[in-house]
Design a protein around this ligand. Sequence first.
Ligand SMILES: *[C@@H]1O[C@H](CO)[C@@H](O)[C@H](O)[C@H]1NC(C)=O
Ligand SMILES: *[C@@H]1O[C@H](CO)[C@@H](O)[C@H](O)[C@H]1NC(C)=O
Ligand SMILES: *[C@@H]1O[C@H](CO)[C@@H](O)[C@H](O)[C@H]1NC(C)=O
Ligand SMILES: *[C@@H]1O[C@H](CO)[C@@H](O)[C@H](O)[C@H]1NC(C)=O
Length: 308
Amino acid sequence: MKRVFHTTIIMVDKFLLLIKLVMEIQQQFKVLLIWSNKTTHKESRFIYIPEFTGKPMMMMNVTDSGSGILLPVITNSTKASDKGSWEGQELGMSNTATLWVQSNFFCATALTVENLVEKDGDRRQAVALRVDSDKAVFYQVKVVGEQDTLLDNKGTHYFYQSYIQGSVDFICGQAKSLFHECVLYSIAEDSGAIAAHHRNSAEEDTGFSFVNCRIKGNGRILLGRAWGEYSTTTYSFCEMDDIINPIGWSDWNVPSRQQNAVFGEYQCYGKGSNRTGRVEWSKELSSEEAMPFLDTNYINGDQWLRLQ
Ligand SMILES: *[C@@H]1O[C@H](CO)[C@@H](O)[C@H](O)[C@H]1NC(C)=O
Ligand SMILES: *[C@@H]1O[C@H](CO)[C@@H](O)[C@H](O)[C@H]1NC(C)=O
Ligand SMILES: *[C@@H]1O[C@H](CO)[C@@H](O)[C@H](O)[C@H]1NC(C)=O
Ligand SMILES: *[C@@H]1O[C@H](CO)[C@@H](O)[C@H](O)[C@H]1NC(C)=O
């Protein structure tokens, strides 16, 4: 029996959160185990996260990434129109996640989470990763789907060097997240949108900040749509390929959202970054305005995030 171990340690809060990806190969039998010694007791439809007992918090089979390296891939293909177990009701978008994170201080790395929804199906909103917990880190994680791929629902999160793919509103939800050095990959056909940040009031302290990200792919796409009056999304130092719909941003057909939505761009480059055709209520940020969005202070990183 041959074993391959890969271990990642990330400092979180005062505690050392230890993540072990153990890939065990025995003939064709490949299993991923993830341990953590600081998790809260939560149950979800897809994963069971026990208190630290020495038992794995997640266990599933892994597949070959095609490059000869075994990378864990968590897969499902549940979509919003699928019927749930309750009186034949449709599941709805938020209940489709392949992986639903509900535990604070969750970290993941070297992992693919996908929702392989049928492209031509009805109501194909289909979440790959849903995050409802606080203080989560995703490092070199690949999130693959179509519409609503990443439901970044609640909490403060750090996505670092990750890859997120989709077509319509493929990063959506009410979280406050920093996306740093990520690839945002569009597979939109005629139209689509990268971000649909959901924020309804001035009091909510939430938003999506993209810094040093790369926008590419093959479908024409908007930078963001205002899901809620105070939707907040900024792109700083991002490279934008020639796939951005020149208007850039949408008020979701609710003109009042033009007043309070914060949609900004700061020192982006590449063909898609030309702001000539942008809706006039979006903003070219000044360096002073951009400052709060540019680093891990945006997600109060000094209080909980120490990367090593
Ligand atoms: C987690 O494990 C590390 C290393 O063994 C240890 O230093 C730390 O105190 C543990 N944290 C908790 C909350 O048990
Ligand atoms: C992994 O695959 C094997 C072989 O197909 C199967 O017997 C096993 O139950 C699977 N394990 C998990 C955790 O899905
Ligand atoms: C895929 O999702 C369905 C619910 O839509 C669930 O019943 C099934 O167990 C999931 N499959 C895996 C492998 O998690
Ligand atoms: C931006 O787009 C406008 C309108 O298409 C064009 O006239 C202008 O040359 C472009 N600017 C750059 C720097 O490419």
